[in-house]
Design a protein around this ligand. Structure first.
Ligand code: ADP
Ligand code: ADP
Ligand code: ZN
Length: 213
């Protein structure tokens, strides 16, 4: 199964992708996580990406397409993947089509998670993440078992720098300008399905699994 999760920042893509990946044995491919890893490593790519990420802008297409292309070639991705946070621009969507043709893989579905803006801001500003395993939590809506500690690996949770309210607003604007047009792009392919992203993590997961069946 080859899937794309589409939706604004904070819609729950990462949360749902992680659950799907675990249950359906898919590779969870998050460009945001890959870019944050590159920033942590201090590689040239990370240094370049960071300038954009800190401002809430998109990292240039060539950089993101390059790392995604490489990741999609790994054996676990061939067995099935869920793409989280890619594509985010029309150019990326076109490149993805080309890459998949080259690799002889075909997308089964693009799922668009729909969540209203007010809720996105609440989700993003209350998000806390594990810097070690990348699992994300929410202070109120999706708290860890013990305050400030990752359930999976016991690491201290942190707030992402770009989850401060001013950067969140910038990211939402960037979404409307550059990513939202992909909804139109994919609806023409006949593979796009939209689901309501409001409700508990589990409710949204059930909607997603019903759709996949
Ligand atoms: P995205 O990857 O789309 O940016 P995340 O999966 O990181 O979104 O979720 C954003 C924030 O919202 C996180 O704090 C997460 O714990 C929380 N969250 C995810 N799904 C839900 C939900 N169904 N209801 C409430 N909060 C949620
Ligand atoms: P969110 O969970 O809020 O949707 P991500 O973790 O996916 O955010 O992405 C964080 C940042 O990484 C983005 O604001 C952007 O700077 C960069 N990024 C992630 N994916 C892409 C992409 N496909 N194209 C360009 N930049 C990206
Ligand atoms: Zn962790």
């Amino acid at each position: 199964m080859y899937l794309v999760l589409l939706g604004p920042p904070g819609a729950g893509k990462g949360t749902q992708a992680a659950i799907l990946a675990r249950k359906q044995k898919l590779a969870h491919i998050s460009t945001g996580d890959m870019l944050r890893d590159a920033v942590k490593d201090g590689s040239d790519l990370g240094l370049k990406a960071r300038q954009y990420m800190d401002r809430g802008e998109l990292v240039p297409d060539d950089v993101v397409v390059g790392i995604t292309r490489e990741r999609l070639q790994a054996p676990d991705a061939r067995r099935g993947f869920v793409l989280d946070g890619f594509p985010r621009t029309a150019a990326q969507a076109e490149k993805l089509d080309e890459i998949l043709v080259d690799l002889d893989m075909q997308l089964q579905m693009i799922v668009n998670l729909e969540v209203p803006e007010r809720e996105l801001i609440r989700r993003l500003t209350g998000r806390r993440v594990c810097p070690k395993c990348a699992k994300s939590y929410h202070l109120v809506f999706n708290p860890p078992r013990s305050l400030g500690i990752c359930d999976e690996c016991g690491n201290d949770l942190v707030q992402r720098d770009d989850d401060k309210e001013s950067t969140v607003r910038q990211r939402l604007e960037v979404y409307h300008k550059q990513t939202e047009p992909l909804v139109q792009y994919y609806s023409e392919s006949g593979l796009l399905f939209t689901i309501d992203g409001i409700g508990s993590v589990q409710q949204v997961n059930e909607r997603l699994e019903d759709l996949l069946e």
